[in-house]
Design a protein around this ligand. Structure first.
Ligand code: XIL
Length: 313
């Protein structure tokens, strides 16, 4: 295949990227986003602080641009994200609401956003990063105010808003078999037992070079055995800078191994990378001294990692 998306199409899978709205005006960026991927995720513009920065005022313009881009290029849109403790405006996090009020605010947000994008967005990360590393639930404002039932409430509201969207729970450090992924497994198993409409698990997969969990595929398989789709949603593999050529070669192999793990599990419908160009990646800003985590270098030249993905697809 000549492009990642051609290869993925031939397998019936998606290969996606996070897209930064403000980068679409750069033709090199725009061309790669359009030509190499058959799925797109908004890197930021569908988050709560972007869409509902103050109560009752909804800004869909930037998200709509991404939907237009996707439709112009025949791409799926992966919605990210409805309920998350981060990039949550302070009117929500510090509003002092009681459980009933916050539940109404949460379900209103879900309903308004999903109704707006109904038919245009195939998947939604309904809840994002709800776990602590030990597998207990994170003390977000939603958990503290509403209690654990906020998660079931969110999925039920999402299903009512758009019955055709696939509804996902997404997190990081849940890619291998560990306490956090056990917590996730136990939660989704219990939600399914209660009839809560949940369709998919997203493994973010913000990896470190040479530290891809060896249990990735087996962990995906156990979620699949619950009847859920399980996707790789935010893949990058960061390297201590500067990265040398041996490291870039190992990175290529490891990107390929992650894609191969997805292809080996029939319930995995695809892999999304969290940006494709090293220059645009969130990694250097959040993990000082680390970078080179993507498929293209700072000048949008394909790296060995690009070929690692292409070969694996
Ligand atoms: C990151 C974006 O890449 C940054 O631009 C932003 O400043 C912060 O959020 N997990 C997630 C993503 O679910 O939404 C995060 O994206 C990366 C970690």
């Amino acid at each position: 295949a000549a492009t990642l998306r051609e290869a993925a199409d031939a397998k019936g899978k998606f290969i996606g990227t996070a897209v930064a709205d403000h980068r679409l005006s750069d033709s090199r960026y725009n061309n790669i986003a359009a030509n190499e991927f058959n799925s797109v995720t908004a890197e930021n513009v569908m988050k709560w602080d972007s869409i509902q920065p103050s109560r009752g005022s909804f800004n869909f313009a930037a998200g709509d641009r991404l939907v237009d881009f996707a439709q112009a290029n025949g791409q799926q849109v992966y919605g990210h994200t409805l309920v998350w403790h981060s990039q949550l405006p302070s009117w929500v996090s510090n509003g002092g609401f009681n459980a009933t009020e916050l539940n109404t605010i949460m379900t209103t947000h879900i309903t308004e956003v999903m109704n707006h994008y109904e038919g245009d967005v195939e998947y939604w990360d309904v809840v994002n990063e709800v776990f602590n590393e030990d597998g207990t639930l994170r003390q977000s404002v939603f958990q503290q105010t509403i209690g654990q039932s906020y998660i079931a409430n969110a999925f039920r509201a999402a299903d009512a808003a758009d019955p055709n969207a696939k509804l996902c729970i997404n997190d990081y450090n849940v890619e291998g078999d560990n306490a956090k992924s056990d917590g996730l497994y136990n939660l989704v198993q219990s939600l399914l037992g209660q009839g809560v409409p949940i369709d998919c698990v997203g493994l973010q997969s913000h990896f470190i070079l040479d530290q891809i969990p060896s249990t990735l595929q087996a962990n995906m398989q156990r979620f699949a055995a619950l009847g859920l789709e399980v996707n790789i949603t935010e893949l990058d593999i960061r390297i201590n800078m500067p990265a040398d050529s041996a490291e870039l070669q190992r990175q290529a192999t490891q990107f390929g191994n992650v894609v191969s793990a997805c292809l080996a599990v029939s319930a995995c419908q695809g892999v999304t990378v969290w940006g494709f160009g090293d220059a645009d990646s969130w990694v250097p800003g959040v993990f000082p001294g680390q970078g080179a985590a993507c498929l293209y270098d700072d000048n949008y030249n394909a790296k060995p990692s690009y070929n690692g993905v292409l070969t694996a697809l």
